[in-house]
Design a protein around this ligand. Structure first.
Ligand SMILES: Nc1ncnc2c1ncn2[C@@H]1O[C@H](COP(=O)(O)OP(=O)(O)OP(=O)(O)O)[C@@H](O)[C@H]1O
Length: 665
């Protein structure tokens, strides 16, 4: 469509006729009611606004619903096909130039009250244009090189990486070296590639370098986008700090507490504003954010706004995972060139002299400043060469259909493929254990019977104290987190709604739960919205348990795991459980099965991933990869061959201008 844009006149169409097509599109779910409302708002604000302007307003708004911060005018053809736009719109969109209107600002953002901004070949709602610019500016301001004492750096790197690397370049060492000399770095890699281990070494290095010249330590904060991800990093970081070979005062100056980004920034109920911002920056020198693939554009803008100018930002995450639920694909944009690395000759020479790593094979002529701040960790220490999960994840990432098929057709110790005959609910009780080859260690995957048996077998006596009940609740929550069913969609025969109902019915029939409706003991629920009053966030998972109330009676409560930094974490209680009456919980849903999107930031010993046959558009390589990599020890994949092939053949694409803004820094 772009190639012909300047050749045609817009097809005549009245505003009313256009608004009628928008209305139709809402009926067909091509547009959201919100997009229609935005077009109407533009029509009301500017009685002269052309039909073309109203249409691009609706489409730009619609893009946000699909996670794109902008409407890419160079991709109109693709979008029209993907999103099934009516043909009546196509002619209108061919018109060039875009109509002049006080409601449409240029790339300088003027007029500054215009709700739409046209920058290069992209159209934005102003708020998202501002976020993107602020993110780009915040990152660009940190792309300089920090001068470091070379001898000390060399010596400390040798101390942190004492064993010579057998496989050429030690990417963890490269990550530490490059991140040490800059205020912005991205460390990306798949599951178990050593991101946490590397960042702990990096923090040890930064703190050692700093303390060699200063008396007070660097103020370091660790954060993650969700409570689950924060809790996971909390557990792994503590282990890695204990192993770190640095002086004791350096080790004790590295924090172990990981907080959620919302809490770090001081989120306030019912507002998008945070307590920490440009006017009131955070009190820190180094900020590490894990699971950065989950950070959307708006959140990243808020983080960069709140970061003091001198502070370093280190992002950890897996660039190949699904992007954030909200608009933007920040880590994907930042890491899009990470596979090849694209270092320049200066970076390569510096690395050779400092860490001894030879990255010559990753030097390219088109190296960009951002590339010098991105390192990809390339081998998994969690999945060995025989691990089905590890090999499958790699083959999916590469889109290698033949390899995926070979791997799935071979019986393995940790992957079972069920291509027909079950919807997934039937394996939910016992976890499909018979489908896996024997594990030499005797470990077996479990299903939901595991936590429900645990619930019954470890229940405290009626007269037990509150602490015993909380300890019990923690144990049940831990047992529940062993197994999770993941679906690609919510609706349809393989969607979470249906699978949750089916699983509850099976558990009821097996006598494992007392009801499959309303609130019953054992019911797992997920928060579907942030509740700042209760200190619970969208995505938090709790389990309904009969527990002791303040009046001593036993009642149903929902027990949620909370992070140590939560205001509800009792100092005298290591169980970190928050118990809430079901009647106080607003939006929740049953969560034997959750969507892959919601599972980001979590891992389960055994994951059952169900792909639908009736929702091909949703199936992408990133979704499949994200679902597979939620499994730590066992994966049951329930999918037809067709659904798998569909997922492998499609990529998730987010239209954004961030990469381009950063490419000419
Ligand atoms: N260079 C290494 N050599 C050997 N083992 C390592 C190395 N780096 C990390 N490990 C081990 O591999 C495991 C995974 O490491 P780590 O938790 O740092 O990876 P990650 O990328 O952060 O994982 P996740 O996917 O859970 O975020 C840990 O047990 C860690 O001790």
């Amino acid at each position: 469509m772009h190639s012909t844009r300047c050749l045609k006149e817009p097809a005549p169409m009245s505003r009313d006729a256009l608004l009628a097509t928008l209305n139709d599109a809402v009926g067909k779910r091509v547009l959201r009611p919100l997009d229609m409302a935005f077009a109407r708002f533009i029509a009301e604000c500017d009685p002269t606004a052309s039909p073309q302007l109203l249409l691009i307003a609706a489409l730009t708004s619609r893009q946000l619903g699909g996670g794109h911060p902008c409407l890419n005018l160079h991709a109109l053809d693709n979008l029209a096909d993907e999103q099934e736009w009516p043909t009546a719109w196509r002619d209108l969109l061919h018109a060039e130039p875009l109509p002049a209107s006080p409601l449409l600002a240029g790339h300088d953002g003027l007029p500054d009250n215009a709700p739409l901004v046209h920058d290069q070949h992209r159209l934005y709602l102003r708020r998202y244009w501002q976020y993107e610019r602020r993110v780009a500016e915040g990152i660009k301001a940190r792309l300089g090189v920090i001068a470091l004492p070379a001898d000390t750096l060399r010596h400390e790197l040798q101390r942190l990486f004492p064993t010579p690397n057998q496989h050429g370049v030690d990417w963890a060492r490269v990550a530490c070296a490059l991140a040490a000399r800059s205020a912005f770095s991205v460390i990306t890699g798949g599951p178990g590639t050593g991101k946490t281990t590397t960042v702990v070494r990096l923090l040890g290095l930064l703190q050692t370098l700093h303390l060699s010249e200063n008396t007070s330590a660097l103020r370091i904060r660790l954060a993650a986008p969700t409570g689950k991800a924060a809790a996971r990093l909390n557990a792994s970081i503590a282990k890695q700090i204990a192993k770190l070979d640095v002086d004791t005062h350096v080790r004790t100056s590295i924090p172990q507490e990981v907080e959620t980004l919302h809490r770090l920034l001081g989120a306030r109920p019912d507002t998008r504003r945070y307590a920490y911002n440009r006017q009131h920056p955070l009190h820190l020198d180094v900020l590490v954010i894990d699971e950065a693939s989950m950070i959307d554009l708006e959140m990243m803008a808020a983080v960069l706004d709140a970061l003091p100018a001198h502070a370093r930002l280190i992002l950890l995450g897996d660039k190949d995972q699904l992007s954030s639920v909200e608009a933007g694909a920040v880590l994907g944009d930042l890491g899009r060139r990470a596979d090849e690395a694209h270092y320049d000759a200066t970076t390569a020479a510096w690395l050779r002299s400092i860490s001894g790593d030879d990255v010559e094979g990753h030097v390219t002529g088109d190296a960009q400043p951002l590339d010098q701040h991105v390192v990809m960790l390339r081998s998994s220490h969690r999945f060995d060469a025989t691990s089905g999960i590890g090999q499958l994840a790699a083959a999916v990432n590469a889109g290698d259909n033949a390899r995926v098929t070979t791997l799935l057709d071979t019986k393995s110790k940790d992957v079972a493929w069920i291509s027909e005959g079950t919807t997934g609910a039937s394996l939910a009780l016992d976890g499909n254990a018979t489908q896996f080859s024997d594990d030499a260690s005797g470990h077996r995957p479990h299903g939901f019977r595991f936590y429900l048996d645990h619930l019954r077998q470890t229940r405290p006596p009626d007269d037990a104290d509150n602490a015993s009940y909380r300890q019990w609740a923690r144990g049940v929550l831990d047992a529940f987190s062993h197994f999770q069913v993941l679906c690609a969609v919510r609706q349809g025969p393989a969607g979470t709604d249906r699978i949750n109902r089916d699983i509850a019915a099976k558990l009821l029939a097996a006598g494992l739960i007392e009801s499959d409706r309303g609130w019953y003991e054992g019911r797992p629920v997920m928060m579907t919205r942030n509740d700042y009053t209760l200190g619970l966030m969208n995505g938090d998972v709790g389990i309904t348990l009969r527990m002791r109330g303040p009046d001593g009676s036993l009642r149903l409560y929902v027990a949620f795991p909370i992070t140590r930094d939560s205001p509800y974490a009792a100092a005298d209680d290591d169980n970190h459980v928050r118990c809430v009456l079901p009647s106080r919980l607003g939006d929740t849903e049953t969560v034997y099965a959750m969507t892959v999107h919601k599972s980001q930031g979590s891992e389960f010993e055994h994951t059952a991933l169900i792909l639908p046959d009736d929702a091909p558009a949703i199936l992408t390589r990133e979704l499949l990869y994200t679902g597979i990599t939620r499994a730590r020890s066992w994966l049951s994949l329930i999918s037809s061959r067709g659904a798998l092939e569909q997922a492998l053949s499609q990529r998730t694409r987010r239209y954004s201008g961030l990469a381009q803004r950063l490419s000419h820094s």
